[in-house]
Design a protein around this ligand. Structure first.
Ligand SMILES: *Cc1c(COP(=O)(O)O)cnc(C)c1O
Length: 356
């Protein structure tokens, strides 16, 4: 039964949790090589790529930083339409990069034509886009953005924060010609936090090779060189990798397209319910399939609502950053089913109709 209707961390299936409970092994042993050897092809399937998927012991933000350091040497444009785009801008700037931001109002997406116009203003060699903006519940039209950007800028390094979409929403790294696409373990992958994954194109690696001072822990070339031998440069988060191996099997067993349909169906279920009671924060046509941001039009006290839900061991998330209390969010990603969503919404309804 799902308990966490928040946009990460999400509930982890007991079988996957227990997969961590195995003896440790040396990360320089043949067994470790076998483990990475089993994981890598499955990870590539999730990202729809024939190139590599790097694995780090970090949360997704580590790879936001890695993308900014490995993927751009001149100037980066960061598309911002919420808190995670804003974070990426800050991350890139604090690493000393030349960086500009292209802002859309929160609740709206970043649109392909606006991005191309902005890219024409200066010489950019990198573009950063958040696929699914978790703070506002907006899914950016990534496929369309990539197509339009590639038409004008064939060599730009196109980097994507897919932290709250990968594994729950269609994502074609090769098909859409993306360069750096990363995610965290604790969102749609429904794993404990602590791992992050980045699909990295040959184009991105060639770019990285021309950039000095990429750092060491998140150096894509170093990570790639070790990955070729099914190794990691530093000590990996072993028990999380056991869980990842098991969870990828479960994801393959469900089927990726079934997984995408399940997330879409849950989004429809939640958003229809919201529309007859509140307002949705995200613009129509761009509503996220993994998280719904709700305008608090009834001025509910969030703590009261969550305390009520917690008597049934369920919880949802408050709004993020400046949207706290004026919105709240329901996460519908990972292991959650339509039946779980139905139960949550029924509880929410009983909260709304409770006697004063
Ligand atoms: C959760 C989230 C992040 C941050 O990921 P961490 O794993 O907490 O570092 C970044 N971007 C988006 C879109 C997210 O949803």
């Amino acid at each position: 039964m799902a308990r966490l209707f928040i946009p990460g961390p999400t509930d982890v299936d007991p079988e996957v949790l227990h997969a961590q409970n195995q003896p440790l092994i040396s990360h320089r042993s043949p067994e470790f090589g076998d483990l990475i050897g089993r994981i890598q092809p499955k990870l590539r399937k999730v990202f729809n790529t024939n190139s590599r998927v790097l694995i780090t012991a970090s949360s997704g933000t580590g790879l936001q930083e890695a993308a900014a350091r490995n993927g751009v040497s001149e100037r980066l444009l960061v598309c911002v339409c919420g808190a995670f785009g804003e974070r990426w801008y800050n991350v890139a700037e604090s690493n000393g990069g030349q960086v500009d931001r292209l802002d859309s109002p929160w609740g709206e997406p970043n649109l392909p034509e606006q991005i191309v116009e902005a890219l024409k203003m200066k010489t950019y060699d990198g573009l950063a886009v958040v696929h699914n903006e978790t703070s506002t519940g907006v899914e950016n039209p990534l496929k369309e953005i990539a197509a339009e950007v590639r038409r004008h800028f064939p060599d730009i390094i196109l980097m994507v924060d897919a932290v709250s979409s990968a594994g729950g929403v269609e994502l074609q790294v090769d098909g859409w010609d993306l360069d750096i696409v990363f995610t965290s373990s604790q969102k749609c992958f429904a794993l404990p936090p602590g791992l992050a994954f980045a699909a990295v194109s040959d184009r991105a690696l060639e770019k990285a090779a021309r950039i000095p001072h990429r750092g060491w822990y998140f150096d894509f070339l170093l990570l790639d060189r070790y990955l070729k031998d099914n190794l990691t440069p530093a000590t990996p988060a072993l028990t999380l990798l056991y869980a990842l191996d098991r969870q990828l099997d479960r994801m393959m067993a469900e089927g990726l397209s079934q997984r995408y349909s399940r997330h879409k169906a849950m989004a429809n279920q939640v958003q229809e319910w919201v529309e007859s009671r509140f307002d949705l924060f995200a613009a129509p046509k761009y509503r996220s399939k993994t998280v719904t941001a709700i305008r608090n039009t009834l001025s509910l006290r969030f703590e009261e609502l969550n305390a009520y839900l917690s008597t049934n061991e369920m919880s949802i998330a408050n709004g993020y950053g400046k949207l706290k209390d004026i919105t709240f969010r329901i996460g519908h990603m990972g292991e959650i089913s339509r039946t779980d969503v139905k139960k949550l919404l029924a509880e929410f309804d009983s909260f709304l109709s409770r006697p004063e």
